[in-house]
Structure formats: C-alpha cells, structure tokens
Write a protein of this length. Sequence first.
Length: 401
Amino acid sequence: MNILVVNCGSSTVKYQLFRMEDEDRYEVVARGIVERIGIPGSRLEHRSALDTFVEDRPVPNHRVALELVIAALTSGKTRVLSGVGEIDAVGHRVVHGGEKFTGSVLITDEVLEAIRACADLAPLHNPPNILGIEACQELIPGVPQVAVFDTAFHGTLPEYAYIYAIPYEYYEKYRIRRYGFHGTSHRYVAERAAKMMGRPLAELRLITCHMGSGVSFAAILHGKSIDTSMGFTPLEGLVMGTRCGDIDPAIVFFLMEKEGLSAKEVEEILNKKSGVLGISGISSDTRDIEDAAPHNHRARLTLDIIAYRAKKYIGAYYAILGGLDGLVFTAGIGENSPYIRKSICSGLEHLGILIDDERNTVRRKEALISRDDSRVQVMVIPTNEELVIARDTWRIARGMR
Ligand code: AMP
C-alpha cells in the first residue's frame, strides 16, 4: 500500500511516501518539504531513492505545493509512482482534535467540519491542516484520507489534570482546559521504550521528554498519558526555543500596563521572543547557546534554567506516577545534546536515575544511556511521527479495502 503522509504548517508542507507491506514492513520511498508557501523565496526540496532535487519557484498556496509534490512523485528523475492513482491513502497530521477526537479517524464531511470547529482552539495550526486535507481530496480523489491528531494521545488525562483553576463556566463555554500536544511523538517513543526495555507498555511508568524547538514532557502510566506539560495551547510548560512555558499569568497584565502593549503584542512576545532566545539574547537554537556558554553568562543561565525546570517536571511526574521505570529523551535537543541530557539528569540520582557518560555521547539513534545499576532506564529514542501517521492510516484504510 502506498501511503502519503502530509504535514501542513502555515508556510510549509512536509511529506513522506511510505510503501507499506504491513505495520512493521515498510519503506520510505520519497520525502521532502515545500517551504515559504505564500511568501517570496518558496522552494521544493524533494528526495527519493532515485534522485534529489531542489526547485526554487513561486508557490502561492498549499494546493500548488501539493501539486508540485505529486509531480515530483509521478514524473521526472524522481518518479516512484506511475500516476496519482497509485497512492492508496493519505494520512494528515492535524494539530488540534479538541475533546472530540481521542484517536485517528477517517476524514468524512462531518469530521472535516469538526476539525474546522477546533480551529478556534488552534488558529495558527488547524487552518493549514484543513487546507492540506481539502487540496488532497481534490488532487488525490477517491482514496481514504485519515486525520491523526497531536492532541489525541492525551485524551486519557483525568479530569483533575486537565481542568484549570479558573471559573468552571469557561470550560463549559469555551472548552478551556489542558489538551497537550506532541501526542503522536509521545506515543511513538513510549511504544519503542517498552520494546527496548523488553517489557509490556501496560506495566510501565514512563516520562517522555520531547525536546525540540517546542518542548513537552508526558507522564505515561501503563501506556496512557496521565499528564503533560503543554496545556490549552503549546505555550505552557517547559522552556522552549522562543516560547516562555510556565510563567505567572500576572506578568501579562503587568507588561500590558507598563509597556502599553496590546494582548496580541504580549502574545507575540511570549510565543516568539521568549524561551531560549529571550533569556540568552543570542539565539533560539540550543547549539548556539552551548557554544556560547563558556564565555557568556546568559548562555550559561539559559542552560541552567532549561535543566532546572526539566528536573521540576520530572520530579512532579515521578510523584504522580508513583515511581519511574523509564525516562526517554527525543526530538532535536533530546536526540542530540549529551550536555542537556546530562544536566537534566544530574542531581536526580536519589530518584534512581544514573547516567553513563560514555553511553550518553550517542546522537540520533536508539540507545540506553543509563548505567546498568540505574533503577530507571534512561533512553534516547529518535521520534518518528510520520511513521505513526502512516501506520494509523494503513490500519484504517486497510479495513476499507
Ligand atoms: P526539532 O524541533 O525537533 O526539529 O528540534 C530543533 C531544535 O533541536 C533546534 O532548535 C536545536 O535547538 C536542537 N538541536 C538540533 N540539533 C542539535 C544538536 N546537535 N545539539 C543541540 N541541540 C540541537
């Protein structure tokens, strides 16, 4: 089965074409990204086993982007399909599924309507996801299209973990609550961790640390997410590239008053100018911060804050899980930064977390990085959200054949 996995952002389309025999036997036959959609400098970067090319050309919208993707898959030197008819199903990453979607679903008119209704909750993310779905329905007609939601894995949070301590009527009126994000990634690495540990997921207590430009941790008890650090939006929680994570909400009103800022302007500051970039004043990329740390106080401070806040979440999740079997690091920072992994884990020996410095040098591959005498197994597991989307799509589409 040929499954196209599509991830539409506001100005990007990322995609992978999977050739799947079954859930565990698959090959990625092509992948790529269309960048800067609707803005000057747009380009397609496409790779298949046969060839690679980059095409700089205007891409005014997501539909044109997907036309280019299909052309790259079905013609020229990178041709891996004889025509669009060879695509059997399409899997879409959808950021927000609200309270309605706690698993992946076949996209019907009603489902698309419900995804539109969630756009209020994710105004930056859901609209491009919807554009991608609509374009694929037109360009690849008559095949199952499946939605895989970033929020779905956290649908198991108990009520006391997702209700905020604000007047309850706002939950009833606007569905203001903790949703959590990166669910596809947390789910994938939790499943891999169980495999690596050689134990059933259903008996494990795990903390999964997704640390990329966005950062979220999840407490996973017996395979179910019971708490996660991102909340109503991806702004809550740990220190991120440009997002502030947890702050005292009173800071918002203080800033509005002192600086004469509008709500939108403060939102922009907290989303785009805070986090690693805001503290360091250097960059949102932790690589630059690690390079600058030996001679720059604010760079060192940034790394200290990242580690300190991560420890606090690990301690909190250890408490609610009633102990811990596995701790997983994933995404850009989690997979690549021995320094940040080490600085998070050091001082947590009393929780049974003992890092092995030699094993911790690993980058971008699955590995155990704790010592043999560590009570908690600490792992690096590269995330693979596309594979989860392809597998869910395969499962749903297969049933329709
Ligand atoms: P992601 O959002 O998962 O693509 O992660 C992107 C982030 O990962 C970048 O902004 C960097 O902060 C971080 N990152 C990627 N590679 C490295 C590395 N080799 N060392 C430290 N941080 C890295």
